[in-house]
Ligand binder design. Structure first.
Ligand code: GAR
Length: 193
């Protein structure tokens, strides 16, 4: 796939909060050799900070409250088809997409997770890493499957956890590497298609 006939891949980024990975994805997508264009930002949270950033850049946004998963996912699919989205990048999206959604979307869905998967799936990753006195942690970009944080791994970056690290410092360190890792993983993945 890479670039289809020189065309960039229409991409939607899903967020739930701060959106620092969204920012880095948008910045990278502006580069000439980027294979993607961010067409749509989706959130389950009206107050997600990343939405403000998206709106500033005049990227279309869509929020659905997820009170009813089936209804929300149906609305999401409609939007994704409307904007001819061919790739979804989850970036701090804290809802789990159903198997039905993944099947119906039919196109690839990527996620970034702040641990060295398969270790520390799910929530509170940094807390668990600190409590277990791990020497290393990191981040993983993987394909989304119907099993949580278990899809095919595309790229990982490992960092050292120092004995002075706490949840906050570790989160900061990992976010910094994620901002480089995610765009790189997207490129690698699309080039492999
Ligand atoms: C990132 O560290 C991302 O890996 C993590 O949430 C953070 C979002 O930060 N994702 C998950 O934990 C998914 N299970 P951001 O909103 O600043 O991009």
């Amino acid at each position: 796939m890479g670039k289809l006939n020189g065309k960039k891949i229409n991409t939607a980024v899903f967020i739930s909060g701060r959106g620092s990975n969204l920012k880095s994805l948008v910045k990278n997508s502006k580069k000439k050799n980027s294979p993607v264009i961010i067409r749509l930002v989706i959130s389950n949270n009206l107050k997600a900070k990343g939405l403000i950033y998206a709106k500033k850049l005049k990227i279309k946004t869509y929020v659905t409250d997820y009170k009813n998963v089936n209804i929300s996912e149906k609305k999401l699919l409609e939007k994704l088809f409307k904007y001819k989205i061919n790739l979804i990048c989850l970036a701090g999206f804290m809802k789990i997409l159903s198997g039905n959604f993944i099947k119906k979307f039919k196109k690839p869905i990527l996620n970034i997770h702040p641990s060295l998967l398969p270790k520390y799936k799910g929530l509170s990753t940094h807390k668990k890493v600190i409590n277990n006195k791990e020497k290393y942690s990191g981040s993983t970009v993987h394909l989304v499957s119907s099993k949580l944080d278990s899809g095919h791994i595309i790229l990982q970056k490992k960092i050292k956890v120092s004995k002075f690290d706490n949840e906050k410092t570790l989160e900061k360190k990992i976010l910094k590497i994620e901002h480089i890792l995610y765009p790189k993983a997207i490129k690698k993945f699309l080039a492999s298609l």
